[in-house]
Ligand binder design. Structure first.
Ligand SMILES: Nc1ncnc2c1ncn2[C@@H]1O[C@H](COP(=O)(O)OP(=O)(O)OP(=O)(O)O)[C@@H](O)[C@H]1O
Ligand SMILES: [Mg+2]
Length: 329
């Protein structure tokens, strides 16, 4: 039995916005699975439907083999969730936060203490357990939230942006904790992220999500291989002319124009660069910079969506500004 089964799942909001637009997905038990996409892609909405916090408009979603619409109570018993927005009580200690949650789940008194100690140990917060949560650093708060999501021993844990806003080093510490609990307890983990490195180093498989649709699903290594070789990125003054030139290159597998740059995927990319630059010069193209690298998930993302994740987010914040301006008028 799969941990998650989704068939043609949709969520439309009142104003007709298709937040999740017909997705199909199967996640096996014990996987760490990532939904990778920009702001507004529909990641949180997908997780909320799986966690029975919002009703799908149509389609089927099963968690641990249980339908989220017909038996939400049973689904809730088998899942844990850590929200995108922090949801701790700062005026309680770490231990009290966990105890409150354990009581909500009706875990008997004798059992509570042991479970709280177990999860505190897992996220290495035992020494700070009796400090107020307001005294915790961002990374410690996140770890406490993960501990809280584990108190009732869920089979599936949803982590919505588990490292949002944390510095790179703290992010790595959280990744280690996530890997540890996946390995030690075999918990299936579904996480959302818009950090490429997070999806790459943490997730066994990744779905690239944009505008409510899943554009590709595979292991990070397979997604990168599918681009067909290393990537040359040229920052130029004329991306159209450069793309035309790239199309004439022998062995060029994929050519993408984005943000004033042209990315070309090809085998033996390094040896193609000198010839490419000579031709560009001959055509009067001004090449500002050349970059050669092994394909990353960012390249995969550009391939499927035509933009970097930052460009997506810049345009969605532009849109938000336009809406604000229109409202103020
Ligand atoms: N309760 C709601 N009512 C109306 N629209 C909503 C609601 N929740 C989400 N949306 C819209 O649905 C779309 C998807 O939102 P969602 O929060 O799922 O995106 P996300 O991928 O989690 O983004 P982020 O990376 O910013 O967290 C967005 O356009 C959002 O504005
Ligand atoms: Mg979200």
């Amino acid at each position: 039995m799969a941990a998650i089964e989704i068939k043609n799942l949709r969520k439309e909001f009142n104003h007709g916005l298709k937040a999740v637009d017909g997705i199909d997905l199967e996640v096996k038990k014990g996987e760490i699975f990532g939904l990778l996409g920009p702001n507004g892609a529909g990641k949180t909405t997908t997780i909320r439907m799986l966690a029975t916090m919002t009703m799908p408009t149509s389609g089927i979603a099963k968690v641990c083999g249980i339908d989220v619409m017909s038996d939400p109570d049973s689904v809730r018993r088998c899942i844990g969730i850590v929200f995108q927005d922090p949801a701790l009580d700062d005026q309680l200690t770490g231990r009290e936060n966990l105890d409150f949650h354990a009581r909500m789940y009706g875990i008997p008194r004798g059992e509570r203490e042991k479970r709280i100690d177990d999860v505190l140990e897992l996220v290495e917060l035992k020494e700070r357990a009796d400090d107020l949560a307001e005294k915790y650093s961002g990374g410690m708060k996140r770890r406490l939230e993960i501990a809280r999501g584990l108190i009732h021993r869920p089979k599936v844990l949803f982590l919505d942006e588990p490292t949002l806003g944390l510095d790179a080093q703290t992010r790595r510490v959280i990744w280690e904790h996530i890997k540890k609990l996946n390995k030690r307890y075999g918990i299936t983990i579904i996480l959302t992220t818009h950090y490429m490195e997070e999806a790459d180093s943490l997730c066994g498989r990744v779905a690239i999500v944009d505008h409510g649709k899943i554009l590709a699903v595979d292991k990070p290594s397979k997604l990168k291989e599918s681009l067909g070789g290393d990537v040359i990125t040229l920052k130029v003054n004329d991306s159209r002319k450069t793309a035309d030139l790239a199309r004439e290159l022998k062995g060029a597998n994929r050519i993408k124009v984005h943000d004033g740059s042209v990315s070309i995927s090809m085998a033996n990319a390094g040896s193609a660069i000198p010839g490419l630059l000579r031709k560009a010069e001959g055509l009067g193209i001004n090449v500002e910079s050349v970059d050669l690298h092994k394909p990353t998930l960012e390249d995969v993302f550009i391939h499927y969506t035509g933009k970097t994740i930052r460009e997506h987010e810049a345009s969605s914040s532009d849109m938000a500004k336009r809406i604000m301006r229109a409202r103020m008028r």
